[in-house]
Design a protein around this ligand. Structure first.
Ligand code: PLP
Length: 382
């Protein structure tokens, strides 16, 4: 199946009991057994639920994996991966990450004895130079949130596996989605999503996803999911499954609009810098062009006037771009990373990577581009 068919049919079958084309929302915690242990494949919904199974099969299909797992949030999915590690194990991660990812790494798992090194993944050598015999996991976010940095997934994977083939490589594919890049096909072990974002696509749920292609790894992750219990519920599973069916259409428009917004901002006299991997002067433009089908709908920028007043005036004055946390929904959102999504990163660390108080992040939605540009124009003029 081509990707645009997989989003609709991947891993799906009509409901065996009624022929329903969409899986019913199996809003049940438990299932009747005819004799102890004798049931129809479902015993208790923390372990398995048919609506979640349908979604997990879709997750696997769209990322070219063999197994998918649905969690109650993106961070619950990351938590599940980290729980495979033991005190003393080391993780190498990118130096620009979603604030919550940085927080769970440094304020939860570092305390429990894991060690994290944060490197600029622009360069493959930065990653391989950080490997020690204790390295167990490489965590790549690309494009990064919020600075839109790009890591060469295939080059990093090849180089790391050459040093030590058992080091696991995980990619947070939230910004790109499998429409734009499919890390499992590039040799990666684990793909993770905040399905809250583009996979769900309608800002109506919070969910996480893991996709893998190795049975043993799937079993290990499934055990943690079942034992720790951070599962996605049936209603949210249904909504995510519905969202995925239009992922390819939405992404096409997100990319078109993202490109147009980036091109508009680059030319605007009040704008100092635009962060978008589809711009030819982006430091990793060539890698992005090779690795991604298109460049996505996330655009960050800074105004020439970097004062808090100018930044906040813009943030307070957009009308179609809603000032809010999150991203990846059909509607356009604007965000102030320093005080919102990345507030949990200590100021010193934030400033080191370039998340200054003047950085603005746009999640460009799928509205008419004319209206989006008009909205930016009037907010920039204030
Ligand atoms: N990864 C990225 C790139 C994100 O942007 C987010 C949330 O914004 C997460 C992970 C965490 O996902 P969730 O908010 O669903 O827990």
């Amino acid at each position: 199946m081509k990707f645009n068919t997989k989003t609709i049919h991947g891993g799906q079958q009509n409901d065996p009991s009624t022929g329903a084309v969409m899986p019913p929302i199996y809003q049940t915690s438990t299932y009747a057994q005819s004799s102890p242990g004798k049931h129809k494949g479902y015993a208790y919904s923390r372990t398995e639920n048919p609506t979640r199974t349908a979604l997990e099969n879709s997750f696997a299909a769209i990322e070219n994996g063999t197994h998918g797992l649905a969690f109650s949030s993106g961070l619950a999915a990351i938590d599940c991966v980290l729980r495979m590690l033991n005190p003393g194990d080391e993780v190498i991660a990118g130096d620009d990450l979603y604030g919550g990812t940085y927080r769970i790494f440094t304020r939860m798992f570092q305390k429990k004895g894991l060690k994290f090194s944060f490197v600029d993944m622009n360069s493959v050598e930065n990653v391989t130079n950080a490997i020690t015999e204790k390295t167990k996991l490489i965590w790549i976010e690309t494009p990064t949130n919020p600075l839109m940095k790009i890591a060469d997934i295939e080059a990093i994977t090849k180089a790391v596996k050459k040093v030590n083939s058992v080091i696991l490589i995980g990619v947070d594919n939230t910004f790109a989605t499998p429409y734009l890049q499919q890390p499992l096909a590039l040799g990666v072990d684990i793909v993770m999503h905040s399905a809250t974002k583009y996979l769900g696509g309608h800002s109506d749920l919070v969910m996480g996803a893991l996709m893998v292609k190795d049975v043993k790894l799937a079993e290990e992750l499934h055990f943690i999911q079942f034992a720790a219990g951070a599962i996605a519920g049936p209603m949210d599973s249904f909504l995510a499954l519905r969202g995925i069916k239009t992922l390819h259409l939405r992404m096409q428009r997100h990319c078109e609009n993202g490109r147009a917004v980036a091109a508009y901002l680059v030319k605007h006299p009040k704008v100092k810098e635009v962060y978008y991997p589809g711009l030819e002067n982006h430091p990793s433009y060539e890698v992005a062009k090779k690795q991604m089908k298109d460049f996505g709908g996330m655009v960050s920028f800074k105004l020439k006037d970097e004062s808090q007043k100018a930044t906040f005036t813009f943030l307070e004055n957009t009308k179609i771009f809603t000032l809010a946390e999150s991203l990846g929904g059909v509607e356009s959102l604007v965000n102030h990373p320093a005080t919102m999504t990345h507030a949990s990163i200590p100021e010193q660390e934030r400033l080191k990577t370039g998340i200054t108080d003047s950085l603005i992040r746009l999640s460009v939605g799928i509205e008419a581009i004319e209206d989006l540009l008009k909205d930016l124009e009037q907010a920039l003029g204030k």
